[in-house]
Design a protein around this ligand. Structure first.
Ligand code: ASP
Length: 300
C-alpha cells in the first residue's frame, strides 16, 4: 500500500491490478506519462474531471494496457469496451458498457455525462452518443493487437490457466484540482475470454468508479463481479466522507472484496485535500501520481 501525506492538486493513475510483477515497472512508466499529462492539464486550468480523462486517454492509446487499443478480447475475439467517469461537485456521472471499437471509450462515457439524461449506456445507444459528441468509430483491425490475440489464445487453448491476471491492466485515474474538486475515470476491455455481453464493474458508478467532493474519488481494478457485488468505489468514498483517512478506507474496502466477496484487485483514491492512497491484493499494480512539481511511479 502507498499512502502519501502530501496535499494539493494531483492526478493519480493506475495501470491495472495484475499478476506480472516483472512487467509492472514498465507499466508504471506509462502511468507516469499519463499522470504527467493529467497534471499538465490541471496546470493549464482544466478541472479534475478533464484531468482524469486526459490521463486515462494516454493509457487507452498505449497497447500495453487493457483499455482502448490493446483491450482484452471476448471469447468470440471481439472488443467490448467499458468505461465510466464521475465528478464530485455535482455528482454527475456517465458510463458506457460493451461499446464497439472506439479509441477513447472514456470520452464516450463523458458524452453520456454531458448528455445528462442517463448514466449508463450500452452498445448501439452508447455509440450513437459518442458519435454525436464528435468521436470517431475505429475498427477491430486497428484496435485488436497481436498481444491481445495471443492472450486470448493462451486462455482458450488452456496453455495458461484462466487466471484473473490474464485480463487485468485496466486503467483508471483520480484527480483533485486547485478548488478541491475531485473526479474519477476508469476504462477497460474487461476480462480476457469473457462471454460476449459480460459487463464488469468498470462502467458502473459505485462499483468501479465514484467521486464526491465531500469524501474522495476512487477508481478500482480487479475481478469485476466481486467489485460489483461489493459496491466498492462508493464504499471507499463513503468511508472517507465519514472521516476515515484515505489509506484506511481503501484498505478496508479491498479487504472486504477479498474476504467476503472472493475477489482480487486494487484501487486508487484521493481526497479533496490531495491525500492519496493505492492498495492492491494482487502481486502487482502499476501506479503513478504527479502534481506538476513532485511525482512518483511504481510497479510494485
Ligand atoms: N475490473 C475489470 C472488469 O472486471 C477488469 C480489470 O480491472 O482489469 O472488467
Amino acid at each position: 500500500m502507498i499512502a502519501e501525506e502530501r496535499v494539493g492538486p494531483v492526478v493519480l493513475v493506475h495501470g491495472g491490478a495484475g499478476g506480472r510483477a516483472e512487467e509492472a515497472d514498465d507499466l508504471a512508466a506509462g502511468c507516469a506519462l499519463a499522470a504527467a499529462r493529467g497534471a499538465a492539464a490541471l496546470r493549464a486550468g482544466a478541472g479534475a474531471l478533464e484531468a482524469a480523462i486526459v490521463a486515462v486517454e494516454v493509457l487507452e492509446d498505449d497497447p500495453r494496457y487493457n483499455a482502448g487499443t490493446g483491450a482484452a478480447l471476448t471469447e468470440a475475439g471481439g472488443i467490448e469496451l467499458d468505461a465510466s467517469v464521475m465528478e464530485g461537485t455535482t455528482l454527475r456521472a456517465g458510463g458506457v458498457a460493451a461499446l464497439g471499437p472506439f479509441r477513447h471509450p472514456v470520452r464516450a462515457a463523458l458524452a453520456v455525462l454531458d448528455d445528462d439524461r442517463h448514466v449508463l449506456m450500452t452498445g448501439a445507444g452508447g455509440e450513437e452518443l459518442a458519435l454525436a459528441a464528435g468521436l470517431q468509430r475505429s475498427s477491430l483491425a486497428d484496435m485488436r493487437t497481436a498481444r491481445a490475440i495471443q492472450r486470448l489464445e493462451s486462455v482458450t487453448t488452456g496453455r495458461s490457466p484462466r487466471r484473473i491476471e490474464d485480463g487485468l491492466d485496466t486503467v483508471g485515474a483520480v484527480a483533485v484540482d486547485p478548488d478541491g474538486r475531485v473526479a474519477a475515470a476508469t476504462s477497460t476491455g474487461g476480462i480476457v475470454g469473457q462471454r460476449p455481453g459480460r459487463v464488469g464493474d468498470t462502467p458502473v458508478v459505485g462499483a468501479g468508479t465514484y467521486a464526491d467532493d465531500r469524501g474522495a474519488a476512487c477508481s478500482a481494478t480487479g475481478t469485476g463481479e466481486a467489485f460489483l457485488r461489493a459496491g466498492t468505489a462508493r464504499a471507499v468514498v463513503d468511508a472517507c466522507r465519514q472521516g476515515r483517512p484515505v489509506a484506511e478506507a481503501a484498505r478496508a474496502s479491498l479487504t472486504e472484496v477479498v474476504e467476503r466477496f472472493g475477489g482480487t484487485g486494487g484501487l486508487i483514491v484521493v481526497d479533496p485535500t490531495g491525500r492519496l492512497a493505492a492498495v492492491r491484493s494482487t502481486p502487482a499494480m502499476a501506479w503513478a501520481w504527479d502534481d506538476g512539481v513532485d511525482r512518483r511511479a511504481h510497479g510494485w
